[in-house]
Design a protein around this ligand. Structure first.
Ligand code: ADP
Ligand code: MG
Length: 666
């Protein structure tokens, strides 16, 4: 089935290139390119029921002459259609040929989104469909029109018809009720029914998740020679006693695990998970100090410049007194500063390089890299983590994540890592009080905020990002900022940060908040990651209903870092999800609930899934299936000498060997 794509009618050299750019190099891989969703063309909506915002299929007749108009660089074809219940306009942009095709009386099956345009419900750029049933919708590939893509997949399926060997052992298929492979491939693209589609997708996802987990477990505990750091026995104690506070039990335990890893000649690959505020930074700094005590250089990579700078400041306070020379390397430095930084890293003048992605760019060469720390792992791809460790000769790798992840899922996401959990908060923290605030109570909230500021405290406002498709002139954060600054809280000092600001401006604004010069910080979710201002006691989250629970919990963790009572206000109408947030402050419970409510899809996006194909990664949005395949893999590997287990292990190797090597597990 590894036939070249050119076997398919209509695919020439240009399209081969376009497919290759999307990672599709053979007929088999084209069949593996699964739809991202399906349109139900049997579920037809009557025009009179169509509301703005609906996406629907409609069966209509062309009810008049089409018109063609030019507006700047656009061509606009407009035609009225009817289904007997109502007559509505349809508009297409930049498809002028449709004008002549829309002959009065022609019957159409359209699929698209209805919007309100000049007071009239209008179908915007619907696709012309035919037939019925569930129609596949593919992720678009630049250079391949949607229709051609669909036809190519159909042709590819035709070529492969009946040729997929059913490699999973029969007993396994029967035990888990998995449908046949050829049926699954066909129905995943062109399902006969909803039931067939579900069965098909379940079969494909099951297979891939099972094999992935089997492959991970094969590679997992094979030891990999790496840097063994030889630090003095009292180095750990020396570090703890240099801290301004005494470590929690959890911090001690986790550092002991880390220290043992670093000492051993097996390269450390450890994930440190812990709720926001659990004190992971101290553990990272400790590891860096140990590396230094053993004569090795370290790198600490953070996902944002703000966070990198914050770590740098922390390192200067904590590590420099211990004799470590710390340096900062981030994108916004001048060329000259970049050069100097590169030199300082290469010569070993810096004992620890702290920064962003800039740390892994090509020009950076380390002197004696023995430890690599990445903070807030969920922001990085596995690939980036690997790139950083490739800068050394099998250095120790420490990954820190503030996203509590249910155990099953972390086995899959971080199957290649050992896991330590910091399951204790430093003493003296009062849990953050969380409340839902409906719009009607907003004014009252502002009064409360003033009172807090009068007491010397600070306030965060966080607004959700707006999707581009609904983009308005200004982002909500900017609008809110204006409103607060000029009206609602004009007596307070307010700062704004959002993603489109220049890094220098952003940092300056954050700095004014950190030093207490500003009372209020309005932002998009840029502050989600790691910012630490202990004096901030109030977090207001706008449109809280738009955030996932895990994300709300992350945001909430920005407050409650000092000794004062802290508050998180969820601006939204009450619902069960948000009430759950008010009732619990345990990050792992929140994560479980989040997964239960939304499936692990969010956590399991392509970024995290590493070796999983994007298509299947999306299929993995099913907690039950994750558990099931996890147990199935476990069950199989318990008796690795059975024929079935061998067959599955071979399959897993074959399917994932390359990709696992690619992400640095070998
Ligand atoms: P996170 O795990 O979210 O990265 P941080 O490392 O930023 O948490 O720690 C949060 C705050 O708690 C910091 O101000 C840090 O100095 C403080 N902290 C960390 N460990 C302790 C401790 N054992 N006792 C008291 N305060 C601590
Ligand atoms: Mg942190």
């Amino acid at each position: 089935m590894d036939y070249p794509l050119t076997q398919i009618k209509g695919i020439g050299p240009a399209r081969v290139k376009a497919f290759e750019a999307a990672g599709i190099r053979s007929v088999r891989e084209l069949v593996m390119f699964l739809p991202k969703e399906y349109r139900d063309l049997d579920d037809v909506t009557a025009l009179c029921d169509l509301k703005p915002g609906d996406t629907a299929a409609v069966r209509v007749k062309v009810a008049g002459e089409a018109t063609l108009r030019y507006a700047r660089k656009l061509t606009i074809v407009k035609v009225y259609v009817t289904d007997g219940t109502e007559t509505l306009p349809v508009i297409w942009f930049n498809q002028p040929w449709l004008k002549t095709q829309m002959t009065p009386g022609r019957e159409l099956l359209l699929y698209g989104k209805a919007e309100l345009r000049t007071g009239c419900v209008t179908l915007m750029s619907p696709t012309l469909e035919s037939g019925g049933g569930l129609a596949p919708v593919y992720r678009s590939i630049p250079g391949i029109p949607a229709k051609a893509l669909r036809q190519s997949v159909e042709a590819a399926l035709h070529i492969c018809e009946g040729q997929w060997p059913d490699e999973l052992p029969e007993a396994l298929r029967r035990e888990y009720g998995l449908c046949e492979r050829n049926f699954a491939m066909r129905c995943a693209h062109f399902p006969d029914s909803r039931e067939a589609l579900l069965a098909a997708r379940r079969r494909i996802a099951f297979e891939e998740l099972l094999l992935y987990q089997v492959a991970l477990s094969l590679f997992r505990h094979t030891s990999r020679e790496g840097v063994a750091v030889d630090f003095p026995d009292d180095a750990v104690e020396r570090f703890w006693s240099a801290l301004p506070f005494s470590p929690t039990h959890a911090q001690r335990r986790v550092l002991d695990e880390v220290a043992a890893d670093m000492r051993s000649s097996r390269a450390m690959a450890r994930l440190v998970q812990g709720d926001v505020g659990s004190g992971k930074t101290a553990i990272a700094f400790a590891a860096i100090a140990l590396a230094h005590a053993g004569g090795w250089q370290s790198a600490l990579m953070a996902p944002t410049e703000v966070l990198a700078r914050q770590h740098y400041e922390g390192a200067k306070q904590l590590l420099e007194p211990l004799g470590l020379r710390c340096g900062l390397l981030v994108g916004s430095l001048t060329q000259k500063q970049h050069r100097l930084a590169h030199e300082a890293i290469a010569s070993g003048e810096w004992d620890v390089a702290i920064g962003t992605h800039a740390l892994i760019t090509e020009g950076v060469a380390y002197r004696r890299l023995g430890l690599v720390v990445t903070d807030e792992q969920h922001r990085f791809g596995v690939r980036q983590r690997t790139l950083l460790s490739e800068k050394g000769d099998a250095p120790n790798v420490l990954v820190m994540s503030a996203t509590p992840i249910p155990r099953t899922l972390s086995l899959i996401l971080y199957g290649d890592l050992d896991i330590s959990i910091v399951d204790e908060l430093p003493p003296g923290r009062t849990p953050v009080q969380t409340r839902i605030v409906p719009e009607s109570k907003r004014e009252g909230l502002y009064g409360f905020l003033r009172e807090e500021v009068r007491k010397g405290r600070q306030v965060y406002f966080v607004c959700p990002l707006v999707e581009e498709s609904e983009a308005i002139e200004a982002q909500p954060a900017e609008l809110l900022y204006e409103e607060l600054r000029t009206k609602k809280l004009k007596d307070l000092n307010i700062e704004l940060v959002h993603g489109r600001m220049k890094p220098a401006d952003k940092d300056a604004a954050l700095e004014r908040f950190r030093t207490g010069e500003a009372d209020v910080l309005v932002s998009t979710t840029v502050i989600e990651v790691g910012v630490n201002v202990p004096n901030a006691t109030v977090m207001v989250i706008e449109n809280a209903e738009r955030f996932g629970l895990a994300q709300l919990h992350q945001l909430r963790g920005r407050v409650g870092r000092g000794a004062h009572e802290s508050w998180c206000f969820l601006m939204a109408e009450p619902n069960a999800r948000l009430k759950f947030m008010c009732a619990t402050s345990d990050g792992f419970k929140v994560a479980e609930k989040d997964m239960e409510l939304r499936g692990p899809g969010e956590l399991f996006g392509t970024r995290q899934s590493g070796a999983l194909t994007a298509g299947i990664g999306a299929l993995a949005g099913d907690t039950e299936l994750l558990k099931l395949t996890h147990d199935a893999a476990h069950e199989l590997l318990k008796n690795p000498d059975t024929d079935d287990a061998r067959a599955v292990v071979d399959l897993a190797r074959e399917r994932f060997a390359d990709r696992l090597e690619d992400i640095g597990i070998n």
